[in-house]
Design a protein around this ligand. Sequence first.
Ligand SMILES: [Zn+2]
Length: 489
Amino acid sequence: MAYHPLFAGTAGGGPKAAAARGAAVAQDTPGGHFPVGGRRRRDGPVARRGRWAIPWGIGPSGRFRVYLVVNALLRRKMWEAALKFRLFLLVMTCLLAGLALRPGDALAKPEIVDARIGDTAERTRFVLEMSEDLPYRVFTLPDPFRVVLDLPEVAWRLPGGDPPAARGLITALRFGLFAPGTTRVVLDMKQPVLLQQVFVIPPRDGKPHRLVIDIEPASREQYFAAESAATGEAAVSDEPLRPLAEAVPALPQAKPADERPMVVIDPGHGGVDPGAVGVSGYFEKNLTLDYGRALKRALEATGRYRVAITRESDVFLKLRERIRIAQETKGDLFISLHANVHSSGNIRGASIYTLSETASDEEAAALAAAENAADVLAGVNLGDQTGDVRNILIDLAQRETMNLSKKFANDLVREVGRETKLLRNTHRFAGFAVLKSPVVPSILFEIGYMSNRQEERLLRSEAHRAKIIESIIRAIDGYFERQRAASRT
Ligand SMILES: [Zn+2]
């Protein structure tokens, strides 16, 4: 797993870094110039990167060679910065742990007060204005090409509440919590790119700290050459630098005596990955969390089940982590909650999906592709994951699991159908990554269409949610009753 080129640092990296920044950085407007100490060429890569190469007195004889020098220096900075970042998170964890004892006493988060994108023929510049000097980590990911920025948990206070419109090399921009304590910004790129430079401008002329990321176009060859030049020495994981508390909520410890079935609830999306966006601008991730939490409370209240939930807050979880939770809790049933959108605002109704390598129809296939894209959207490197998932699929245990999944899906279709409108061919089959656990019967429930104005309003109403949850519980009851009856005969 190699993520490179990578830049990281803290804005206040000591007097030397500050001096380097002062010398190197003039202004953050696109088209602004980059004075470089002593030697300066117009447009050449040497001039642009001169501030890294020159203090060591290495003659900039060629683009590639200079680039390696740059990486060597940056790597040292990166390791220092990564260490600082970890320490920072550790301190934050301790602080938060202290605060947890006094609920209501919220810790003021650092703020992002503005975000801008500018572009010229040579580069696209992304600027974040920050209320304080924050540690950061920036790296690129290929296929699709993305630039990812990790920050400590921040509050977004953008003017007008909206992120800047995509332009230049940037085709889309997302931000949100990636793990507790880590905010992630993902910039989708039009093509392969290299990080030209990343730096922080200290407060000046009434402007706060500004984090600047300059991105330049590159060919695929250049991108992978730069990446392989860095491999081995700077193997950086895409795992968020987590506080000691795990991202995943504490899972209930299964007491050996407790024979009650374990139901694992999986609210789709979260954090940096909002999922679908409804007509009113409501995010799927919030809807699924609402339903997930309510279902958990209601199931626990029956006293008949043990219940685990993959996330209990607005945090991102990789698809693979969701499967892992289902397996580690030895789940007897895994229910992934989602909501759908359609280009036609007329389409509405609930639908239920089980795993199949061949989708039952084109729409189901497209939906699976959209849901599976969650990891890509959140800036996760999928490089080594596809093989895993495929191997899991081969597992023979899956055949039986799939049959059980289908049985539960049928129960659910029947019960939900009593409460709400169903999509035609309600039980469908498609290759959802989140259902690929070989041992846990799993279904994906698309509660309805957020692209239909009426249905979106309905989905968000408490009365409707209560009805849906009751119907899920009736289906779960029926499913396990049949299981018990079958095991008695
Ligand atoms: Zn979804």
